[in-house]
Design a protein around this ligand. Structure first.
Ligand code: FES
Ligand code: MG
Length: 566
């Protein structure tokens, strides 16, 4: 039974008077008693002039409202914050928890029987899934969808794997300033999220695979009619959720749903950031994301989706090939078919409704994968006591087992200052180490882990080197890049003791990352590390520094996690 305007009445003694006031005010907006008597569906508006990935949100809201009204509900649009990758300083990740808190509290504070959360750009769907996991209001995610691709001299372009590739060519002197300027206007040719399997696409697809968004809504292009029809259907579905008073996100995101999510993450060639976000969402439900399980699933489930950065295609082709539901059919044997979704269907029902296959190239069969193993491997070793990750599907084969001399950069600033300095002695065999770029160190765990190849080496044709950091990397990037080294250097992790000239050994098949120094020397250096005092900053910066958790706990705030199940 829906409660509509009666939800969350703050009565200071007289509930009926509070309702009387609430109705009086909302009627000022032109609502009739009849409208106010219906299930109320909140719609989180994340439109912002600073967020082109959300440029279609006004039209999506119109379509979702239509769906709500067709199903007999009352849509109520409300604003929440919006985060874009390029316009959030110091990093979008720094603000993700703030958006999660704000979304959770606005959903909780205002009367609504269900909520549609419209998100897209990298950190927004994770923030909304975290909010939904912590909320008692049924929620459905409506992704904004991927942008269109553009072209230059007959070559297709799409943000943002190609942004990096083009910039790499410019750094190497292969294209000049005029041409790079021309390409700049062609890389992002419509509103919508990055059109490769970066973090935005990964998280939209995971929301779908974990039952929080409608089938096909992880991939339908931002500007397509199908995207708007999905928005309408999302509105109808939200009314169904309101009328049945559930399920809520916590009911859907069971351990089985998470295991399904991990299999899909591996098969997608998904973003390493997906691991951090899933850990944060799990924490909201009182659970830890099992990194060993992620690794084990990756040994069973190969990369099947041939999208950049692991492969060649773009999100539009993935959608045409059948999107997440088609991918699920290939994972039938490893998925829990009984996991439920917002629409009332199980994942098994979604799989059974998939039309016959009409293509073999973009979503591969299990016996003909894009890469022999899953996208992400989890490393351990003396350098990463609580783990590190590598997207080995987008790394160089010949560097997966490699020992080299460490070249250490103490911070992102230090790296920017010295990396291209011809005076420092760096060779292609060396291992680039960046520290103090983790959750506390930078702060906000920037996507600095994709350390550029030093200009001098890039000009000689070096395309990849082993790079290690406590930072993150954009889901659209590629290379032999080890990320999320935990604990981070700024929290006393062993990355802090590495010295330029030390030897580091990477062995991806054995899942090891080790600093090759004697144990007693290792212990002595750890002991001599200075203690890092908590920041004395005011406001959000202070809150962030005092409460942020490490990557294995999703970089969430300690006070936002649910009590442990045990
Ligand atoms: Fe928004 Fe890539 S910048 S999804
Ligand atoms: Mg990104």
């Amino acid at each position: 039974m829906t409660r509509g305007l009666r939800r969350k009445l703050t009565s200071y003694g007289d509930q009926e008077f509070s309702l009387f006031l609430r109705k009086a005010f909302i009627k000022a907006m032109g609502f009739s008693d009849d409208a106010l008597d219906r299930p109320i569906i909140g719609i989180a508006n994340t439109y912002s002039d600073y967020n082109p990935c959300h440029g279609n949100v006004p039209q999506l809201i119109e379509a979702a409202k239509r769906g709500v009204m067709l199903a007999g509900g009352l849509p109520m649009v409300f604003p929440t914050m919006s985060i874009h990758e390029s316009f959030a300083s110091p990093t979008s990740m720094y603000l993700r928890n703030l958006m999660a808190m704000e979304t959770e509290e606005m959903v909780r504070a205002q009367p609504m029987d269900a909520v549609i959360l419209i998100g897209g750009c990298d950190k927004t769907i994770p923030a909304q899934m975290m909010a939904a996991a912590s909320s008692e209001v049924p929620a459905i995610i409506l992704p904004t969808g991927p942008m269109a691709t553009g072209s230059h001299k007959g070559e297709r372009l799409g943000a943002c794997t190609d942004c990096r590739r083009i910039w790499g060519k410019f750094r190497a002197g292969e294209i000049d300033e005029e041409e790079v300027g021309l390409i700049n206007g062609r890389l992002v040719s419509s509103v919508g999220t990055c059109t490769v399997m970066g973090t935005a696409s990964t998280m939209a697809c995971l929301a779908e695979a974990m039952g929080l968004a409608l089938p096909m809504s992880g991939s339908a292009p931002a500007t397509s009619a199908e995207r708007f029809r999905l928005a309408e259907e999302t509105g109808c579905t939200a009314v169904g959720l309101a009328e049945a008073d559930g399920p809520v996100a916590a009911d859907l995101m069971t351990p089985q749903a998470f295991r399904n999510g991990l299999a899909v993450l591996q098969a997608l060639g998904g973003s390493t950031n997906g691991v951090v976000h899933l850990a944060a969402i799990a924490g909201r439900l009182g659970r830890r994301l099992d990194l060993a399980e992620l690794d084990a699933i990756g040994r069973k489930v190969p990369v099947l989706v041939d999208l950049k950065p692991s492969g060649v295609a773009y999100m539009g082709e993935f959608h045409e090939a059948g999107g997440v539901p088609r991918l699920l059919t290939e994972l039938n044997d490893v998925l829990d078919r009984t996991a439920r979704t917002v629409s009332g269907q199980t994942i098994g029902d979604v799989i059974d409704a998939v039309p016959p296959r009409h293509e073999e190239a973009i979503i591969r069969r299990r016996d003909d994968p894009v890469a022999p193993a899953g996208a992400i491997a989890v490393l351990a070793g003396n350098l990463a006591p609580r783990g590190a990750v590598i997207k080995h599907s987008a790394a160089s084969e010949e560097l997966q087992v490699h020992e080299g001399r460490a070249i250490v950069f103490d911070s992102v600033e230090d790296m920017a200052l010295r990396l291209d300095d011809d005076a420092i002695d760096i060779g292609a065999e060396d291992v680039l180490v960046l520290r103090n770029a983790g959750p506390r160190g930078a702060p906000g765990m920037p996507e600095a882990g994709y350390i550029p190849i030093p200009r001098r080496l890039a000009r000689k044709g070096v395309k990849d080197m082993v790079r290690i950091s406590d930072a993150r990397m954009s889901g659209t990037a590629f290379g032999t890049v080890i990320l999320h080294v935990t604990p981070e250097a700024a929290d006393g992790g062993p990355l802090a003791i590495v010295r330029t000239g030390d030897r580091i050994r990477l062995d991806v098949p054995a899942r090891r990352l080790d600093l090759m120094i004697a144990d007693d020397e290792f212990a002595r250096r750890i002991k001599s590390l200075p203690k890092v005092p908590p920041s004395g900053s005011r406001g959000y910066a202070g809150l962030y520094d005092r409460h942020v958790l490490q990557a294995d706990e999703g970089v969430d705030f300690d006070f936002l996690r649910a009590e442990r199940d045990g």
